[in-house]
Design a protein. Structure first.
Ligand code: G3P
Ligand code: CA
Length: 268
């Protein structure tokens, strides 16, 4: 097992479109993953949370306020937390107008809708379990949905990575489905790496904290699938930073502007 997002040895990191191609279309919507596909990118990243009535949806913030018109539709419901709204209520919201009038009417996708579009677009997914402390059991529920959609089948596993800022959540995913490629978001110490290498395949730190020495340190560890731990850096949106990350030897670059990173790095 193992995802195919490993280009480190050949020098060109994999480019991952962060929340879709989110510099060019509203983040975490079907439009943003269509845009990534249109630009010729196969890997997209998203954020998964849960509604009041238990539906998995794709949204970054724990509140609907920034990226939808929830304040207009439900004015009395501040602070508009995802977990306080039903899936039917969220389905009424406009998740595109805040970005541009050209995207008016774009919806917050359910994870099921999102997975079907990823499949239709022949894309690959870096799925982030966001705020898992707010959603007990979200790891199991996410894996169940992925399984129902065929994403845990042998032929699909190379197209999927599950990540979280919560080490507990990453470990839970690994324990529930050991064949799934996992990533921990952050920059663990060497002592932590000794533990985390038991359940995570990748370490994904912010580029702001990255050094060449740290990338080499991570690569020296073997992960749960008998491959060296990988490193994806986020969120890199300019050519200079992309080239620096590549020179450090990262395996992937997570970016809102995949075209800018590709132009800087060459390769695909
Ligand atoms: O994939 C890395 C990145 O998404 C982590 O930060 O806040 O954008 O989810 P955030
Ligand atoms: Ca994310």
């Amino acid at each position: 097992p193992g995802s195919d997002a490993r280009a480190g040895e050949h020098g060109v990191p994999t480019v991952i479109a962060h929340r879709g191609a989110s510099a060019y279309a509203p983040e975490n919507t079907l439009a943003s993953i269509d845009k990534a596909a249109e630009l010729g990118f196969s890997w997209v990243e998203n954020d998964v949370q849960r509604t009041k009535d238990g539906e998995l949806v794709v949204l970054h913030d724990d509140s609907l306020q920034r990226t939808t018109n929830v304040e207009d539709v439900f004015p009395g419901r501040a602070p508009w937390k995802v977990r306080d709204f039903t899936a039917a209520e969220i389905a009424r919201l406009d998740a595109g107008s805040w970005y541009s009038p050209a995207y008016a009417g774009t919806r917050v996708p359910t994870l099921e809708q999102y997975m079907r579009r990823v499949e239709r677009n022949h894309e690959k997914l870096l799925l982030e379990i966001k705020n898992p402390e707010l959603y007990p059991g979200i790891e199991q529920q996410t894996l169940k949905l992925l399984g129902n959609e065929g994403w845990l089948d042998r032929g699909h596993l190379h197209r999927l990575i599950v990540q979280s800022f919560s080490a507990d959540s990453v470990r839970t995913v690994h324990e529930l489905k050991p064949a799934v490629t996992t990533a921990y978001l952050g920059k663990p110490s060497v002592a932590q790496l000794h533990r985390f290498a038991g359940f995570t395949d990748l370490i994904n730190p912010s580029y702001t904290s990255l050094t060449q020495g740290y990338v080499s340190t991570v690569h020296a560890f073997g992960g749960p699938h008998d491959r060296p731990l990988g490193v994806f850096a986020w969120t890199v949106d300019d050519a200079v930073t992309a080239r620096r990350a590549a020179a450090y030897g990262v395996d992937g670059v997570i970016t809102n502007k995949p075209d800018v990173v590709r132009a800087a790095l060459g390769g695909d």
